[in-house]
Structures are given as structure tokens and as C-alpha cells.
Ligand binder design. Sequence first.
Ligand SMILES: [Fe+2]
Length: 138
Amino acid sequence: MSGSLRIKWDKSIETGNRAVDVQHKYLIDIINELADGIEQGMTAKTFQKILNLLKYYTLWHFGREEQCMEQYECPAAEANKSAHAVFIETFERFQQEYRQGGGADEIARRMYKVLTEWLVNHIQKIDGQLGPCVHGKS
Ligand SMILES: [Fe+2]
């Protein structure tokens, strides 16, 4: 069924910081483009293009978010930084596997599942700790 891989924005992944939330929403938009592509059978080339966009935007976003956590002296700042590094490593490993695997659909699906589950879980558990820091200081 079309759309079943998509993820939806909801309150459980709201951090309370406006800029970070806007960035997370855009991340979800890119993720959903991947979801549509997997379901509708996009070419490996298109999949890779969206993956690159996701990677560069994620890198930029992680940098902004890390700055924000430092600025508000969020206790989760260090854990957030190391989690981001692990994510990027995993992302690149998958990207390489996808390239070497000739753009196999199975790899695309596995990659999508692991990365999106990680992101949603990360936003809920670690980025979610940003809100109380921001509100506590304002
Ligand atoms: Fe984060």
C-alpha cells in the first residue's frame, strides 16, 4: 500500500525549540521522499540523490542542534554529540553497502528502516531533553 513507510510528525517528537523542530520536520520530509521512492520503485540513482540530500542536511542540522544544546547547557549535549557521530557512521556504511550492492531494493529497505527508527527514537529520547533546558533558561 502506498504511503505505509512514511513517518508522521506528531507531538511525541516535538522538542519545544522552534528552530530544531522546523529542521526535524524537514528531515521527515526528506525521509518520506525516500519512503515514497521505495514503494514506487525509484531508480538507484534517484535514491542515491535523496540519500545525499538527507546526509548533508542531517550533518548541517546536527551541527545546529549541538550548538543549541551547548548554548543552553543541556545535560544531554555530550550524549547527543556522540549519538550523532554513530548515526553518521552507520549512514555511511549503509551508503557504501548500497553502492556496492548495485542499488538493491533489499538494502534500500533495510537502510530506510534502521535509519528512520534510529532518528525517531533519537529525537524522542535525546533531542526531547532540549525543551526543558530552553524553557528553564528563558
Ligand atoms: Fe540530536
